[in-house]
Design a binder for this molecule. Structure first.
Ligand code: NOJ
Length: 400
């Protein structure tokens, strides 16, 4: 520990995150674009934050705020617009993004897959296509070759179980609801995606540290006196939080944890979606329970790997909520570190207000507000507040 109990370890990566489809704009070669055109989202992603062109100033903003890292993703549909044809311009673009980070002293954390698929792949079965693991590994190898020697932290896949849940089980995301046999097949397939990508990237650049970003929910039984609620908690915790990690842990150099909320279980596979009796909620309706992040990090420590909080954030209208949210979650991270968890960083979701998938543009997660009409960026007070924590590496004196 540092000189006071409020200090984070030196080198701790305080950063912010985005993903390609949510901010870049004009990403018309992917399955989500097609899904949006079929009415699958409240708003189409359209020009988004125009980050594909504006990334130099956006990364400069990361730096100016005092943050030390930037998590962003590479868009497969841009890099491989047709099967087997890799686009040099797109690869150069992502290399330039990494270079921009490097020249400003911002550590890049790069995700290779963040929910979207090129349409040429989704058209022939997406994740379930017979050779999708090989295709994903080939894409990852190509990106790794382009970024070789320039990136340390790489996430192969973002939230594989969320993709399975929202896409295959609930069907509110592409590819749409599928029978149980395909749900299981998709989850298994995403395990081999990671394993094959891990081997491919390792060969190209053994210095890259590879992991996945795993969404973690703090499941609790709604009624602790009810055996079914308790059983539901155990089952859902196992299936959603642990099943995937248990399978890929030997192919990880670190684990990314995306944490947002607690959820109450009321049956084997049933939960209460929004109503959390004892906690305030965000604009998404998610309960605010910082303690859940501490618990997630403590349990995930059991895998024996370094951890990074690769996402944590709040959608709200009143920015004071964001300040409180960040403080309280960082305090939870700090506590986990004090208790022995090897946590290397915290990436706030998100740097910018952006396209929140099926929910469109209404939820505002950003440290920085974006006017979608003019693309003007406005730094929120919470961004300054978080930047100050990042610059000093220390929690504020008073957290309410
Ligand atoms: C998790 C996802 O990785 C990200 O794409 C999404 O916008 C945030 N959570 C907020 O829902």
């Amino acid at each position: 520990m540092g000189p006071t109990a409020r200090d984070f370890p030196s080198g701790f990566l305080f950063g912010a995150a985005t993903s390609a489809h949510q901010v870049e704009g004009g990403n018309d070669g992917c399955d989500w674009w097609a899904w949006e055109r079929r009415g699958g989202a409240k708003d189409p992603s359209g020009a988004a934050c125009d980050h594909y062109r504006r990334y130099p100033e956006d990364i400069a903003l990361v730096k100016e705020l005092g943050l030390g890292s930037y998590r962003f993703s590479v868009e497969w549909a841009r890099v491989e617009p047709e099967e087997g044809r890799f686009d040099e311009g797109a690869l150069r673009h992502y290399r330039d993004m990494v270079e921009r980070c490097r020249e400003l002293g911002v550590e890049p954390i790069v995700t290779f897959h963040h929910f979207t698929l090129p349409t040429w792949l989704s058209d022939r079965g997406g994740v379930l296509a017979r050779d999708s693991s090989r295709l994903f590994a080939r894409y990852c190898r190509t990106v790794a070759e382009a970024l070789k020697g320039r990136v340390t932290w790489v996430l192969t896949i973002n939230e594989p179980m969320v993709l399975v849940l929202m896409g295959y089980v609930q069907g509110v995301w592409p590819p749409g609801k599928r029978p149980a046999s395909q749900v299981i097949k998709a989850a298994r397939r995403l395990v081999s995606w990671h394993e094959e990508a891990f081997a491919a990237i390792r060969q190209v650049d053994p210095a890259m540290r590879l992991g996945i970003a795993k969404h973690w929910i703090d499941f609790r039984p709604l009624d602790a006196g009810d055996a079914m609620h308790r059983l539901g908690r155990r089952l859902q915790h196992q299936l959603f939080n642990r099943w995937y990690l248990d399978r890929v842990k030997s192919h990880c150099d670190f684990i990314g944890i995306n944490y947002y909320a607690r959820q109450y279980t009321t049956g084997l596979l049933r939960q209460v979606p929004l109503a959390t009796p004892d906690a305030p909620r965000t604009e998404m309706g998610w309960s605010i329970v910082p303690e859940g992040l501490h618990l997630a990090l403590t349990e995930a420590s059991g895998y024996g790997l370094p951890l990074i909080v690769t996402e944590n954030g709040i959608a709200c209208r009143d920015d004071r909520w964001r300040i409180r949210y960040i403080d309280r979650h960082l305090a939870a991270v700090h506590e986990a570190i004090a208790a022995g968890a090897d946590v290397r960083g915290y990436q706030y979701w998100s740097l910018l207000d952006n396209f929140e998938w099926a929910e469109g543009y209404r939820p505002q997660f950003g440290l920085v507000a974006v006017d979608l009409g003019t693309q003007k960026r406005t730094v929120r007070e919470s961004a300054r507040h978080y930047g100050e924590i990042a610059r000093t590496g220390r929690l504020p004196d008073a957290i309410d």
